[in-house]
Design a protein around this ligand. Structure first.
Ligand code: SRM
Ligand code: SF4
Length: 579
């Protein structure tokens, strides 16, 4: 009997008639635990694409089908199918890689990808430009490095973030270990990945195949982060599930836990908005996995499966209320959460340069603009990082801000690493201004199918122009967090920046202002659909006022609020209901 494409997970909260479930719910149900017809799609040599449902199913395997948008029109005019390639994203909890893994991934980029690595805002590596007939070999090569891509995308728990810079605390390793364990615990159980990409044995599909997810997985993507205060480098309040490490005298006491953050919106859709997570309470380390499972299964059972726009946990919490949500999670846990413990965040982003860790080893946070690592004439970074990996005795940590930490360098090896960093022009962090160092841009054109405006490719030019405005007011050495995305999905977490540009159309952006540098206040919409001269004009005016009227040490975002510049303005869209 054919499975009913509209049957949702047995425990799922169900609102409205069956036929109102989203098409994606049908695909998940039909997919036989994420197999779909991917085997047939890969074998079909007549097209560079995968078929129908497989476009969605392959995401759960960590890959997206894309085409080169710069060449789309020319291909269409020549009556050729789009220039299909695949992006592959790793699952690398906490972004930790050994030097040998780094060398392996770099070699894969050279052989199968576009000869570059892209570090993401979620501590993963993306390969772009892999063609279909080499997809399986690429997946197998990544796996040979003991890295997988399972659940790097799709309606599941994604790569788990963890503060990468192990400076203050000996408890860092323990916190990272929890991030890794959460990632493992919430992994899908299906063997589809092994069958498809690694020729693994066929799994029997009777009985309970997915004990945590069920056959239709989650209503939508689900994101988890673990942070070690005082640096809110992961932007903890942007995630569905968050753990704030509480460390005393170098000992991990437990975690304050958060839920219901998320940033993605759609232009013109007032039912979508960015939201900061709620602080729910405190748990001990031993309760970490149970808490993750309780939050995830609550969303599995009560998340809205009738609309992709409103299917994230943030909307479940808004619809039913934080008190209801907390009580439901506690019911599943079988105990009440303890009150949250005090903690302080002092800043967002990365701490660049060398820092000594508690164990006497050194960590070098490099600046990699927009996370793009390639060999260019001025910046032979792919080769440079390979040279470092050949001699490095510690590990690499991808930062949640698209940068890279060469971590765990013994004091005696600092000079050697430093010399290579200079030789390959990887010392950008020494010459960039705070604005340039902290800026984030999402991928956008040419690979992102959802981009409405440029982001990564526009970043150098944009930063040059904003720097000129800063210079006009003597602010060149003052920090300013600027983030830009090619659409309102928010992949570079712009809603948490002091200045954010969110793409509306080619050359046009919404300007948001006033996020806090602790990552705990959303920016608000200041101007809609404006071009470069307009937003530079706004910055000229407001940065001028800031330079003249700010308090000592006051940040731009705080200044705008204190002086009432943003009074009466609301977030991107007003939230429905509470909060
Ligand atoms: Fe993202 C979709 C890139 C972090 C919110 N994101 C996409 C896709 C896959 C486009 C697509 O659906 O076809 C982009 C691929 C572009 C390309 O060519 O590579 C894409 N997202 C990225 C990355 C690579 C941005 C970057 O420049 O680093 C980040 C990869 C993270 C990773 O390693 O997993 C990335 N995306 C984020 C973040 C930030 C975060 O998670 O900390 C967000 C906002 C947080 C959130 O989810 O609320 C984010 N991406 C989205 C959304 C909007 C989700 C929503 O709630 O509405 C989409 C579209 C969607 O899911 O429908 C999206
Ligand atoms: Fe693409 Fe939009 Fe994400 Fe940028 S923010 S990578 S344009 S989906």
């Amino acid at each position: 009997m054919r499975p009913n494409p509209f049957r949702s997970f047995a425990g799922a909260a169900y609102r409205g008639p069956m036929s109102t479930l989203t098409a994606q719910e049908g695909i998940k149900t039909r997919s036989r635990y994420l197999r779909g017809t991917l085997g047939e799609s890969l074998a079909d040599g007549a097209t560079g694409a995968v078929a129908g449902d497989d476009v969605f199913v392959i995401k759960f395997h960590g890959s997206y089908i894309q085409d080169d948008r710069d060449r789309r029109e020319a291909r269409r005019a020549a009556k050729l199918e789009p220039d299909w390639t695949f992006m592959i994203r790793t699952r690398t909890p906490g972004g930790v890689l050994t030097p040998s893994q780094w060398l392996g991934l770099s070699a894969i980029a050279r052989e199968y990808g576009d000869e570059g690595l892209r570090l993401t805002t979620r501590q993963a590596i993306q390969f772009h430009g892999v063609i279909k007939r080499e997809l399986k070999a690429t997946m197998a090569a990544i796996n040979a490095q003991l890295i997988d891509t399972i659940a790097a995308c799709g309606d599941v728990n994604r790569n788990v973030l963890c503060s990468p810079n192990p400076v203050e605390s000996r408890a860092h390793a323990e916190v990272y270990e929890w991030a890794r364990r959460i990632s493992e615990h919430l992994l899908p159980n299906t063997r589809a990945y092994h069958e498809l990409w690694l020729d693994g044995e066929k799994q029997a599909l009777e009985g309970v195949v997915e004990p945590i997810y069920g056959p239709t997985y989650l209503p939508r993507k689900f994101k988890t982060a673990v942070v070690i205060p005082p640096q809110n480098d992961v932007d903890i309040f942007a995630h569905d599930l968050g753990y704030i490490a509480i460390i005393e005298d170098g000992r991990l006491l437990g975690f304050n836990v958060t839920a219901g953050g998320g940033l993605g919106t759609s232009h013109g859709n007032l039912k979508t908005y960015p939201r900061l997570a709620d602080l729910l309470g405190f748990i001990t380390p031993e309760q970490t996995l149970a808490f993750a499972e309780a939050v995830l299964t609550t969303q599995r059972d009560f998340g809205d499966r009738t609309s992709r726009d409103n299917s994230k946990l943030k909307y479940t919490i808004i619809d039913r209320g934080v008190d209801w949500f907390k009580a439901e999670v506690e019911r599943r846990l079988g105990f009440e959460l303890a009150p949250a413990r005090p903690f302080v965040f002092t800043g967002q982003g990365d701490r660049f340069g060398w820092h000594e860790g508690a164990d006497g080893r050194w960590h070098l946070n490099l600046r990699i603009p927009a996370g793009r690592i390639r060999d260019t004439v001025d910046r032979p970074w792919l080769s440079g990082l390979e040279a470092i990996a050949r001699v490095h005795q510690g590990d690499f940590r991808l930062s949640p801000n698209q940068n890279l930490v060469v971590a765990g360098v013994p004091a005696a090896h600092r000079d050697e690493i430093e010399a290579l960093v200079r030789q390959y022009a990887l010392d950008l962090y020494t010459s960039q201004t705070p604005l340039q160092r902290d800026a984030l841009a999402c991928v956008a054109f040419p690979t992102c199918p959802l981009a409405m405006a440029e982001a990564e490719r526009y970043l150098p030019d944009l930063l040059g122009k904003v720097s000129a405005v800063q210079a006009n007011h003597g602010l060149l050495n003052d920090p300013l967090v600027l983030r830009i995305t090619g659409c309102p999905n928010g992949c570079a977490r712009p809603y948490l920046a002091e200045v954010a540009l969110i793409g509306k159309a080619l050359g046009r952006y919404n300007l948001l202002l006033g996020g806090s540098v602790q990552g705990d206040r959303l920016a608000v919409l200041y101007r809609e659909n404006i071009d470069e001269p307009e937003f530079l004009g706004v910055l000229e005016n407001l940065l001028g006022r800031y330079a003249a009227e700010r308090d000592v040490g006051e940040r731009f975002g705080d200044f705008l609020h204190r002086r009432g510049v943003l009074d009466g303005l609301h977030g991107v869209h007003r939230e429905r209901g509470a909060a």
